[in-house]
Ligand binder design. Structure first.
Ligand code: ADP
Ligand code: MG
Length: 285
């Protein structure tokens, strides 16, 4: 067994006001994985990402980054490998221009200015923002701001990205482009990604592994197929099935149509339906 890149075993964490935000968490993220943490509002997603990134420390349990206890690592050691993209880009961006903001991390790491410029250009290219380097942060769209946040971390050479609701607040096209960007970073650049989201329709199309968080606990974990099963189980954790899965589930269980399985994406559903129809046609002949 190889050491997971990131491993979070949290017995419990409570906020100072007594809210128990996390308990009995066991998540291992392997190198190169695209992992999702799916949960409704208030389920503990943001808290969990902050624990994973070393921003919250006073929990019972252990978080290991490449096998090392994160509480023993200096912020510089952590931020060389891993970074958290906040849900609201305005909490993250502060410099005047896109270039300056993206340059902040690598400059702080002590790189020479030519290397900084090189890294910034590369990172902006990765997130499709290279034409906006001189633009004022103020004048960017919400989606562009989110991309610049990601570029800032890539410019530091991060191999692990933790993203808090990266698609929240984006329109459907922006949502799709964000997921495309994350998938590309994961598949082509080998970035390990942990994404917190409540957006159940996105999950099966893009993710390798999925953990459902409910009231601070992991209710289920596995591949999207293993985790997204029946509507009743999803409503127990205040979520629903992806729309397409809900439709096929009902056709199978309420209308007794002969589907072998419940596909989670439009592509899979289309194949299932075409196959079913072809079989029906064969019978008629
Ligand atoms: N600073 C805080 N102090 C006290 N309770 C908090 C604080 N931040 C979050 N919580 C509580 O912790 C729980 C988990 O919150 P959060 O991690 O923000 O969930 P999510 O990101 O899934 O919406 C919620 O019950 C929330 O009210
Ligand atoms: Mg949150």
């Amino acid at each position: 067994m190889t050491t997971p890149r990131l491993s979070a075993h949290i017995e419990s964490f409570s906020y100072p006001d007594g809210t128990i935000a996390l308990s009995d968490i066991m998540i291992d993220v392997e190198r190169g994985e695209f992992t999702g943490i799916l949960g409704s509002n208030g389920s503990g997603k943001t808290t969990l990402l902050k624990v994973m990134d070393g921003l919250i420390k006073d929990y019972r349990g252990r978080v290991l980054l490449d096998g090392e206890d994160i509480r023993g690592l200096s912020p510089t050691r952590i931020y060389r490998k891993m970074g958290l993209v906040f849900q609201n880009p305005d909490d993250q961006l502060f410099a005047h221009t896109v270039f300056e903001d993206t340059a902040f991390g690598p400059r702080n790491m002590g790189f020479a200015e030519t290397e900084v410029a090189e890294r910034v250009r590369g990172a902006l290219r990765e997130v499709d923002m290279e034409d906006h380097a001189g633009k004022s942060i103020h004048n960017l769209s919400f989606g562009q701001k989110k991309r610049v946040c990601i570029a800032g971390l890539l410019a530091m050479g991060h191999e692990i990205l933790l993203l808090d609701e990266p698609t929240a607040g984006l329109d459907p096209m922006g949502e799709y482009r964000m997921m495309e960007l994350l998938t590309r970073l994961n598949r082509e650049s080998g970035v390990t990604i942990v994404m917190a989201t409540h957006s159940v329709d996105l999950v099966p199309v893009f993710l390798h592994r999925l953990h459902i968080l409910s009231r601070g606990r992991i209710a289920r974990g596995g591949t999207p197929e293993e985790v997204l099963t029946a509507p009743a189980e999803m409503s127990d954790v205040k979520l629903r099935l992806p729309h397409i899965a809900e439709l096929i589930y009902r056709l199978k269980h309420e209308d007794k149509l002969p589907f072998d399985r419940v596909p989670l994406t439009i592509g899979e559903a289309r194949r299932e339906i075409v196959e079913r129809l072809a079989r029906g046609e064969d019978k008629k002949k």
